[in-house]
Design a protein around this ligand. Structure first.
Ligand code: CA
Length: 508
């Protein structure tokens, strides 16, 4: 058993929203909250179909607990996150959009950006150190973290697993700085050295950097306990303790899985080897099933303790699947990419007495919405986040079966060059999506209703729509204080998507 580290002093669609749930009466008391966050899980890496029909990857993977959650709760078929880890995690924690909080890439070492050199562009001075409640720490964002607000409302706030909120040698490398009462196994790094207890969850055995060593789990070192299983046991023990103390709890079970390194979980891998999958894909599939086994254990615990009816469970991923993984067809692109394969993620919610069992919500939502939603569910007024601005919109009404207006715009912003991905911004309004490539100021237009795979760029055919969407994207980026890369030749920032100079030889 690990020794949990306990509290520090707290810091002061445009698409038709067809949610197929009726509206049952609200429960009498505020629910416990479980956020089950999976890392790097693509939209199709599950046996639950999120597309209009089951796909080949749905047939490959085995996730019975997700099926159980979907059958007893609500499936969101158009849920979004940022295209990479830290931006999504801080949006979930603070309700702020990535363009506003400026943690636009993944964080690790204080002051060190992982960006690769780009031939023509220099990345902006983004918030490379992540979150900090102390604004004197350079290049950090400030906000009202969900765990701090829930703690103040009387919840016991429990973090287990991957954190990735703040760089090394800054306070938010420890999740307790965001208001968690308990932190088990969370620190600055966004991946584990190993999933294997035999390797002490460290990369040392393959001469990897010790910065990836998973903290706090020494009791499992040298055993055959997979990291996902160790985190599950720790989380269940914390839930049992909170329940015994008659304290409402917020469990943030944030698995390192299914992020690299893709190491087989021996309990589950043989099925996929026998199916003929190559080793890396068999390992990935075993990690998906391992993650799902954890979800099943958590749901079983809620049942055993008699609190399933008093607990809101939210399942979500933080970005699409990496390029080393099978494409999430029909979606285009992978993690880091502006296309749907980078940003569309699986999401499920169960809130007995509120969400209708087996319901589906096709209204687009985004990960920063979770902040407002969970506060609403806990009965915490939205004003509790003041003075910090919030971009997320509560989907609690959707959980109750309501529809949402078509007028909403979604913004993504990635002003970085990393792992082959060049800088971009994107906007979705209704079924239309605009992608703005910073390096050449190229704008692409896609109709997601008829071209979910984003294969047909309609920008040349519909210049007026491009101009209107570019103006909307430009306004939102400016309003939120987005940072653009600068050009190496003259030091000027990349123009906003609606301020691209028109060459003199073209009609204006
Ligand atoms: Ca991730």
């Amino acid at each position: 058993m690990a020794r949990p580290r306990h509290a520090l002093p707290l810091l002061p669609l445009l698409v038709c929203g067809a949610c197929t749930a009726p509206s049952p009466a609200a429960p009498a008391k505020r629910p416990n909250v479980v956020v089950f966050l999976v890392d790097d899980m693509g939209w199709q890496e599950t046996s639950v179909p999120f597309h209009t029909a089951p796909t080949a990857l749905n047939a490959r993977y085995r996730t019975p607990a997700m099926e159980r959650l979907a059958a007893t709760g609500m499936k969101f078929t158009q849920a979004y996150a940022s295209a990479v880890c830290s931006p999504s995690r801080l949006s979930l924690m603070t309700g702020q959009n990535v363009a506003r909080h400026r943690v636009t890439n993944w964080t690790l070492r204080r002051g060190a950006s992982p960006d690769n050199p780009h031939p023509t562009l220099t990345p902006p001075a983004w918030n490379v150190n992540g979150f900090s409640s102390d604004p004197s720490i350079e290049r950090t964002m400030q906000g009202a973290p969900l765990p701090a607000l829930l703690h103040a409302a009387g919840y016991r706030t429990i973090h287990v697993g991957k954190a990735h909120f703040g760089a090394t040698d800054t306070p938010a490398a420890d999740p307790r700085h965001l208001g968690f009462d308990v932190n088990i196994a969370g620190h600055a790094a966004g991946g584990p050295g190993s999933y294997h207890g035999e390797h002490d969850y460290s990369a040392a055995w393959r001469k990897g950097d010790r910065i990836w060593n998973v903290p706090d789990l020494a009791a499992y070192h040298g055993t055959t306990t997979n990291l996902t299983e160790a985190l599950t046991r720790e989380a269940i023990r914390e839930v049992e303790q909170a329940h015994a103390a008659h304290t409402p709890f917020f469990l943030h079970l944030s698995h390192y899985a299914i992020h690299a390194p893709w190491e087989p979980d021996a309990r589950f891998v043989q099925r996929y080897v026998d199916a003929g999958l190559p080793p890396q894909q068999a390992a990935l599939a075993s990690m998906v099933e391992s993650m799902d086994h954890s979800l099943g254990a958590v749901l079983d615990t809620l049942d055993r303790l008699g609190i399933a009816d008093d607990t809101l469970v939210l399942f979500v991923s933080d970005n699409g699947s990496p390029q080393q993984c099978p494409p999430n067809l029909p979606l285009r692109g992978h993690k880091l990419s502006p296309y749907e394969g980078g940003v569309r993620v699986p999401m499920l919610a169960r809130w007995p007495g509120v969400t209708a069992a087996g319901s589906t919500c096709t209204t687009p939502v985004v990960i920063e919405d979770c902040h407002a939603t969970l506060l609403a569910a806990a009965g915490v007024p939205a004003t509790a986040s003041a003075p910090f601005p919030i971009d997320g919109v509560s989907f609690e009404p959707q959980l109750r079966g309501a529809e949402r207006s078509h007028a909403r715009a979604f913004v993504w912003h990635y002003p970085h060059h990393y792992s082959g991905q060049a800088p971009w911004s994107a906007l979705r309004v209704g079924d239309w999506k605009l992608v703005y490539h910073h390096a050449d100021q190229r704008r692409e237009l896609f109709d997601l209703a008829h071209d979910l795979g984003e294969q047909h760029d309609l920008a040349a055919q519909q210049p007026e729509r491009v101009a209107a969407l570019a103006a909307q994207l430009g306004d939102l980026l400016r309003t939120r204080g987005a940072q653009m890369p600068t050009r190496k030749d003259d030091g000027a920032p990349v123009p906003w998507p609606d301020r691209i100079p028109v060459p003199a030889d073209l009609p204006r």
